[in-house]
Design a protein around this ligand. Structure first.
Ligand SMILES: [Zn+2]
Length: 220
């Protein structure tokens, strides 16, 4: 009588932080986040199609808002790849563009902070994506990336579900800052209404920061 051997095959994937990534995500590791072509995380074709942000509105409490790219196309894909797919190398082209923008426009701040992620999200991904961006940008600009901000109080409602006015109200007191007398550059992946950056700025200025600037990869 034939006995078919039972073979247990480990699911294909790779560990990123504490999370096992599935095969599809693993296969994406050597491909462009924009078009999926093999090679770098951002191919030259997709990079050439990236556009400047459509708006440049000021954010209350923030001295200047710097963002090299509109939140669309491959720039959006890079952010989602970094945030949701655990592919840390997606931070590199984002940080390159942010650094170039900072050098072109000029920064007053001498310390870099970042908008801290929610603890549960950070645990799931194995890293805080904004912290990764801050470290990459800080290394390129020769500025220290400091853990100046933390989230305070209960987890707030998801900003994307709220209207413009409610977004500001939702984040009142949502951040606390460590004392810092310098000018601070807050790094984040994306600026939409600026409510998050505004709440971070208020916390930093209450803690003594002289000025607060915002440096993001994209603006929607
Ligand atoms: Zn591409």
């Amino acid at each position: 009588m034939d006995v078919t051997p039972v073979v247990y095959i480990e699911p294909m994937g790779a560990r990123v932080g504490n999370r096992r990534l599935g095969a599809a995500q693993f296969l994406g590791a050597g491909a462009c986040a924009g078009c999926g072509s093999r090679g770098a995380v951002l191919c030259t074709g997709c990079r050439s199609r990236l556009a400047r942000p459509l708006q440049d509105a000021p954010v209350p409490g923030v001295k200047q808002v710097l963002a090299p790219w509109d939140y669309a196309g491959a720039a959006r894909s890079l952010i989602l790849t970094l945030k949701l797919r655990g592919r840390r190398s997606a931070a590199e082209p984002l940080a390159d563009a942010m650094t170039k923008e900072a050098l072109a426009r000029g920064l007053e701040g001498s310390a870099i902070a970042w908008v801290p992620g929610h603890r549960a999200d950070t645990r799931l991904r194995g890293y805080d994506h904004a912290e990764v961006l801050a470290a990459e940008v800080g290394a390129r600009l020769g500025l220290p990336a400091l853990r100046l901000l933390r989230r305070a109080g209960p987890r707030r409602a998801d900003q994307t579900a709220l209207g413009r006015e409610d977004r500001w109200e939702n984040l009142e007191g949502a951040f606390l800052a460590r004392n810092c007398r310098a000018g601070v550059v807050v790094v984040d992946d994306l600026v939409t209404t600026g409510a998050t950056a505004g709440a971070c700025s208020e916390a930093l200025r209450n803690a003594g920061a002289q000025t607060v600037e915002l440096l993001a990869a994209c603006r929607a």
